[in-house]
Design a protein around this ligand. Structure first.
Ligand SMILES: Cc1cc2nc3c(=O)[nH]c(=O)nc-3n(C[C@H](O)[C@H](O)[C@H](O)COP(=O)(O)OP(=O)(O)OC[C@H]3O[C@@H](n4cnc5c(N)ncnc54)[C@H](O)[C@@H]3O)c2cc1C
Length: 466
């Protein structure tokens, strides 16, 4: 369906119907109210025709039924923190902001589950369950503002994924409004369940293209009693990468192993007040959890192992404040990056953990070959490397060179048995690269699935597939 066709079909009558369904206070039609719903973290912008803020699944279903009847596009949106343009209204249409569906409906402390609405901010869920001694492990770095619905749609990961896995590992069941307005329930509330195809797993990571998630049953764990952090500094990136493999081989599974290369260290050092060693080739931030005794033992072992693998210096956080101080550098990278360029290409490839040294050497070589500002950091523990190429938005030649470097990085990640996206999804920014990883027959199967769910192509058009 073209945007032309769509533009002809959003009529004043349709706007009135949206008000009837959601209430005037839950609809926006004025340009000044719409502008900010056309952005996400890609900084690209597309203007929606309207924004609706449904209050419950029935509003969502009614809007979808109307969209079906009048044939207009609906684009689900959480906090708009996506990195690949998933929530952008690329063909115009009605942005459906799920932020007012924001209740934690219940926390079942006997069965370790919680039932939540999609607009709940991830960090709020963390805090609420932790007060009851429970733990929701997925922790995207955007937890302070991203929504659980967005996390489900992107299958978000986070630093703790190395030990605990990603969002899909904690989703037991979903309530989903299909593009035709039907409401379905997938999965179970129990620890096990194998009846029929696993629609829950199909919806998780489908980037809002198959249905609108309106309720989520998450699995919880007991909250670990203690956690401890160390920062390990290395002269070279290769030594840091080899240390990650050595840690995992040793049998210790830290809950986080994050790394920063020299460019990322300098980037943070120039942005925040810190005593980071700007000459270091790389650093690792390692966090372990468990009982007080377990964490102490693990930290002792890690100190010994890192010295054996060539660490230059190890900083052990003795207090919560020191721990927060060590993490400050890692958390400042994203905002700090824009000091180095006005245009960012942001990728999040994954390679098998054992191949991190190969991938890192290739990126180092690419930096020298291209003379581009390439910064790498990320979730070393699960092989998920964030690669940011900082460019001048007015320099087309440089941007072209940056895009070529991205292709080289994708090709090498795939050669090493990896994938082109670990957690940010495909959206619009990576759709052109899908055929590099997914074969034609598999892509066609995915397109057929999309067509079964959404035969009129009204839900989140222009995403994932080109
Ligand atoms: C500073 C920063 C750090 C980040 N760190 C991480 C990280 O560590 N790990 C990680 O995985 N990601 C990270 N991200 C990316 C982003 O935060 C995640 O993708 C997050 O899950 C998006 O949530 P959101 O609520 O902002 O969703 P949005 O950006 O609003 O939407 C994302 C996608 O989900 C769909 N969607 C949203 N809600 C629903 C719903 N209820 N039903 C169906 N579809 C829906 C949208 O259509 C869109 O396709 C980071 C982003 C930023 C800006």
């Amino acid at each position: 369906m073209s945007s032309e066709l769509h533009k002809n079909l959003i009529s004043v009558d349709t706007f009135r119907s949206l008000i009837d369904i959601c209430g005037e206070e839950n609809c926006a039609f004025k340009k000044e109210d719409l502008v900010c719903y056309g952005y996400d973290a890609t900084k690209k912008h597309f203007m929606p025709d309207a924004v609706v803020f449904p209050k419950n699944s029935f509003d969502v279903a009614s809007v979808m039924r109307l969209a079906n009847e009048k044939k207009f596009f609906v684009i689900p949106r959480g906090a708009g923190s996506g990195m690949t343009g998933g929530s952008l209204p690329v063909c115009g249409g009605v942005v459906m902001a799920l932020t007012r569906l924001n209740r934690i409906i219940n926390i079942d402390t006997d069965n370790f589950t919680a039932e939540v609405e999609p607009g709940v901010v991830t960090g709020a869920l963390h805090e609420t369950v932790e007060k009851q001694g429970l733990f929701y492990p997925p922790d995207p770095a955007s937890s302070a503002f991203s929504t659980i619905g967005g996390n489900v749609a992107e299958c978000s990961g986070g630093p703790r994924a190395v030990k605990y896995g990603v969002t899909r590992d904690y989703i037991l069941g979903l309530e989903v409004v299909l593009p035709d307005g039907n409401i379905i329930h997938t999965g179970v509330k129990t620890a096990k369940g194998v009846v029929g195809y696993d629609l829950t797993r199909l919806i998780v990571g489908s980037e809002g293209t198959l249905g609108v998630v309106t309720r989520i049953i998450v699995k919880l764990l007991p909250l670990p009693a203690a956690q401890k952090t160390i920062m390990v500094i290395f002269n070279t990136m290769e030594k840091a990468a080899q240390t990650v493999s050595a840690i995992i081989k040793s049998g210790i599974i830290p809950r986080k192993i994050e790394y920063m290369d020299n460019a990322a260290i300098n980037c943070a050092a120039n942005f925040i007040n810190t005593d980071l060693d700007t000459k270091a080739g790389a650093l690792l931030l390692i966090e372990v959890d468990g009982s007080e005794y377990e964490t102490e033992q693990q930290i002792k072992q890690l100190n010994k192992l890192c010295l054996q693998t060539g660490a230059k210096e190890i900083k052990n956080a003795a207090t919560k404040a020191e721990e927060a101080d060590l993490w400050k550098a890692r958390n400042s990278i994203s905002p700090a990056l824009f000091k180095y360029g006005s245009f960012k290409i942001n990728e999040d490839i994954v390679v098998p953990r054992s191949k991190i040294p190969d991938m890192v050497s290739r990126i180092e070589a690419l930096k020298k070959e291209t003379n581009l500002m390439i910064i790498t950091f990320g979730h070393a523990g699960d092989g998920n490397i964030h690669i940011d190429i900082m460019l001048d938005k007015n320099n087309e030649k440089e941007i072209k060179k940056g895009k070529k470097a991205v292709e080289a990085i994708f090709d090498y990640a795939l050669e090493l048995g990896g994938t082109i996206s670990g957690e940010h999804g495909i959206g619009i920014t990576k759709s052109a690269y899908m055929p590099k990883e997914i074969k034609e027959v598999e892509l066609n199967l995915m397109k057929k699935i999309k067509n079964i769910f959404d035969p009129k192509g009204i839900l989140n058009p222009g995403k994932i597939f080109i």
